[in-house]
Design a protein around this ligand. Structure first.
Ligand code: SF4
Ligand code: SF4
Length: 258
């Protein structure tokens, strides 16, 4: 499964800057200015590097710093479009952006399936997950036209059924914005879909704590061990405030800004 996790790690050098053109961005979400989907960011250079890369931290462009496509960018550029890009092939750019949106969702679902597989010790469930993973791998190597025809909602339902069998409680979307949990024992707590914006989790015990879909923008995770927390994604980690002492699950990496 390690190889699959690696494929979900972004490799922007192998991508044609898809997030910097295909996405709708707003200044309030930490992007340099408001822009509509399908228009390249003014800072996107001709070789797809970011002109403002060196000053993203200084300018507090948290949207740019935290965005993570689960490796969809390089998959779409290198595998699905075989190295084509939207500048060289303007006729396929709209299609490419749609494909990017679909593959991002599929890669996100793949991430959650891998996480569920890691936690499960039920053989039947593991076999069901392996089947869904194989299907996912197959779908993200189809041709662009075939990807656009996929019944992604039906696949999502199957993934959600698996996720629900691990997450037996109903996500409550609790608002913990700014709450101070410092050094609390939160082992096994279900934070799924909750708002933890600017909450303080410093020094908390977070074994088996569920962060599925939780909003961790500016959440303080300095000096905190999250290595056994579950359903954390790279984007959540990128959006939070950690430091060198923060510990993460094996397949996530510390942002260079910490
Ligand atoms: S789409 Fe993904 S791989 Fe491409 S530049 Fe954006 S984050 Fe990097
Ligand atoms: S500022 Fe850079 S990283 Fe942010 S959207 Fe523009 S090109 Fe992309």
């Amino acid at each position: 499964m390690g190889k699959l996790y690696n494929a979900l790690t972004i490799d922007c050098q192998k991508c044609c800057g898809l997030c910097c053109i295909a996405l709708y961005c707003t200044k309030t979400d930490g992007f340099p200015y408001d822009k509509v989907a399908g228009t390249p960011c003014k800072n996107l250079l001709s070789d797809f590097r970011c002109h403002s890369h060196h000053e993203l931290i200084e300018r507090k462009l948290k949207g740019c710093l935290s965005y993570d496509c689960f490796g969809a960018g390089q998959k779409v550029t290198q595998i699905i479009y075989k190295g084509e890009d939207w500048r060289k092939s303007p006729h396929c750019r709209e299609q490419m952006f749609k494909v990017f949106h679909i593959v991002t969702q599929l890669h996100q679902m793949l991430w959650y399936l891998l996480e569920t597989y890691r936690m499960s010790n039920n053989q039947k469930m593991q076999e069901d997950i392996r089947t869904l993973i194989r299907k996912n791998e197959h779908m993200t190597t189809l041709s662009p036209n075939e990807i656009l025809m996929l019944d992604i909602e039906s696949y999502r339902k199957s993934v959600n059924t698996i996720l629900k069998s691990i997450n037996t409680s109903q996500p409550k979307k609790v608002d913990y914005m700014g709450k101070n949990f410092k050094r609390a024992n939160l082992d096994g707590k279900d934070f799924s879909m909750s708002f933890l914006i600017m909450a303080n989790l410093e020094g908390c015990s977070l074994k088996g704590t569920n962060f599925l879909g939780a909003d961790l923008r500016d959440t303080n995770i300095q000096n905190t061990d999250l290595s056994e927390s579950i359903f954390l994604t790279q984007m959540q980690v990128n959006a939070a405030r950690g430091n060198k002492a923060t510990q993460l699950p094996k397949h996530l990496t510390k942002p260079t800004t910490w």
